[in-house]
Design a protein around this ligand. Structure first.
Ligand code: HEM
Length: 237
């Protein structure tokens, strides 16, 4: 096991950090890592040049089951967090203390979140280089960070004096803001998640500079074309 981990780590380091690469910035190393994850890792394992990632993508049912689970568990996740957020906004279950609503619902939310994150990670593993250069995937990651930061602020700061307003039908303005930010950010995570599947901004298509830049298309496997169809030169990696 130790040898396997060592070999794997050495392999990954070779791929992402090499003295003869011109560009060893974090961005370039991440690009090389996701390229290797999609095309390189496991490609030699069975002599058919098919990486582990590609095996998952081409699996008969596994990918579909993963996406189905991602989506179905998401309903439990969003359904339960929606009720907590509406209570924080003072719109539902106004006669129940907030701690009661949270105690009843949040265990389900957490279980669902763990499953959604795990299946999301595996879906990403099926085509890491493509998703990494997908505008909607990037937007989804940014909104996910916002959503988690909001959770941290709610539980770490805003709810510190919750005992004072636990039973209030209309919680204080900070708590209502947190409920609103939570709702907006989870709706955006779902919307951007849904939009990942469309190829409107796919790298390799002729498109505006800001689109190519925001997805780092010049360094993607499909390259970049400017709006007038001219190739955009990649930084050598
Ligand atoms: C609570 C967090 C998350 C929510 C609410 C969410 C939501 C969604 C939604 C609504 C879809 C569209 C499903 C469909 O159209 O069938 C989706 C797809 C996807 N999600 Fe998530 N997701 C979450 C976390 C993650 C994470 C952490 C990752 C990866 C790091 C991820 C990666 C993906 C991928 C790769 C797809 C498939 C896109 C495709 O159709 O090719 N998700 N997600």
């Amino acid at each position: 096991m130790e040898r396997l981990v060592r070999a794997l780590t050495a392999d990954v380091i070779d791929v992402i950090y090499e003295t003869d690469y011109d560009d060893n910035t974090g961005r370039a190393m991440l690009n090389r890592f996701f390229d290797w994850l999609q095309f390189g890792w496991g490609a030699k394992a069975y002599g058919d040049d098919t990486s582990f990632s590609h095996r998952l993508l081409e699996s008969l049912n596994f990918w579909t089951i993963l996406e189905g689970t991602h989506l179905l568990t998401l309903m439990l996740f969003f359904g339960s967090i929606l009720l907590v957020d509406l209570r924080l906004l003072g719109l539902t279950f106004r006669e129940l203390p907030i701690s009661t609503v949270e105690r009843r619902l949040l265990p389900g939310t957490i279980v669902a979140l763990v499953v959604v994150l795990a299946t999301g990670g595996l879906l990403f593993f099926a085509e890491p280089a493509r998703y990494w250069h997908n505008l909607m995937f990037r937007a989804k990651l940014v909104v996910l960070v916002l959503a988690f930061a909001n959770i941290a602020v709610l539980h770490g700061l805003i709810e510190r004096n919750k005992a004072d307003w636990d039973s209030a039908a209309r919680p204080p303005v900070k708590a209502r803001w947190s409920g609103a930010v939570s709702l907006a950010s989870w709706v955006l995570v779902m919307a951007t998640g849904r939009l990942i599947a469309y190829n409107w901004f796919e790298c390799g298509k002729a498109q505006p500079d800001w689109v190519n830049a925001s997805q780092d298309c010049p360094n993607s496997p499909k390259g970049a074309l400017s709006a007038d169809g001219k190739p955009v030169v990649a930084v050598r990696q």
